[in-house]
Design a protein around this ligand. Structure first.
Ligand code: NDP
Length: 283
């Protein structure tokens, strides 16, 4: 079991730190508040939002959920964001993705004040991340780094191979890994000879969104395996992108799904929200 990178346990440690910081801010009469916008009735999104609310409650962060009709017009949503940007009592703003088709996601994300963009999705914060001036941490990527660091796994000089190049996982993770002195390869659906890359990985990150995508024969013995994927199998159970049982045999460390990267993503969100409250109050 020692070879399992347990995100539930690691996230508890982060939450304890966050809780202490929230208490210190309360003593200074600062109440930390996260506003979460949920558009429509997507079941998975509703679960994610609930988990975020619960984590806020556990750490003393006020969570304000704004539930909106799936037919909402883009302009109305942008107006709501403008109001939250102006609201001094709101430190962090998060819009749960995906959004309905009539809404331009990029426009919405970039409308969030960059000092309240606790998901670290907007173009200014991504730019800061690329040049190493990041203030907010991209939640899933930074959660992965925290998980590795808590286990004292050295990243420096390692070959980190990331399968998946999304703006929320693959690309920002590549930049964080570079900041930590890893050598990084990013693979995607057009990569030829994917196995060549995955087999050379010291740290292999799967962020694809396909069940059983990474198998034992694609992995080097002793590699560290990070499974970001959240999929549902035929039985309706949550599973990752990695064929866990067989890859576990060869990996040095591996994250489970659920209970691996997911809790770390939320923990980083809480950290970012506290950080937002601090910078907005010039602390
Ligand atoms: P996207 O769908 O945006 O990206 C998937 C990536 O996988 C793309 O870059 C795509 O390549 C690549 N890909 C697809 N098929 C292949 C293939 N056959 N070979 C190589 N690469 C392939 O996904 P996200 O990054 O948003 O999410 C990935 C997974 O992680 C999902 O299951 C999601 O639910 C989960 N997730 C989990 C989080 C957590 O906290 N645990 C947080 C965020 C996401 P291309 O670009 O060429 O299309």
């Amino acid at each position: 079991m020692d070879r399992i990178l347990n995100g539930k346990e690691a996230s508890k440690k982060v939450k304890e730190r966050v809780k202490k910081e929230v208490e210190i801010l309360k003593e200074k009469k600062i109440e930390v508040c996260l506003a979460v916008i949920l558009v429509g009735k997507d079941k998975a999104s509703a679960i994610y939002v609930k988990n975020k609310q619960k984590a806020c409650e556990e750490t003393g962060i006020i969570s304000k959920t704004i539930e909106l009709d799936e037919n909402i017009k883009e302009k109305e949503l942008l107006d709501i964001i403008d109001n939250l940007n102006k609201d001094k009592k709101v430190n962090g703003i998060l819009v749960q993705l995906p959004l309905p088709q009539q809404i331009d996601e990029k426009k919405v994300i970039d409308r969030i004040d960059d000092l309240k963009d606790v998901d670290c999705f907007n173009v200014k914060n991504i730019g800061k991340l690329v040049v190493g001036e990041n203030c907010f941490l991209p939640c899933t990527p930074a959660g992965i780094i925290e998980l590795l660091e808590q286990k004292k796994i050295d990243i420096k000089g390692k070959h980190c191979v990331i399968v998946g190049r999304s703006n929320i996982v693959g690309k920002p993770l590549a930049f964080l890994m570079l900041q930590k002195d890893a050598t990084v390869s990013i693979c995607h659906s057009k990569t030829s000879n994917l196995e060549f890359f995955t087999k050379s990985a010291d740290i292999l990150v799967a962020a694809v969104g396909k069940e059983n995508f990474i198998t034992k024969d694609m992995v080097k013995k002793g590699a560290i395996i990070i499974d970001v994927g959240i999929n549902r199998n035929k039985e309706g159970k949550i599973c990752g992108d990695v064929k866990f049982d067989e890859v576990f045999e060869v990996a040095e460390f591996i994250t489970p799904v659920p209970g691996g990267v997911g809790p770390m993503t939320i923990a980083t969100l809480l950290k970012n929200t506290v950080f937002a409250a601090k910078i907005q109050n010039k602390l």
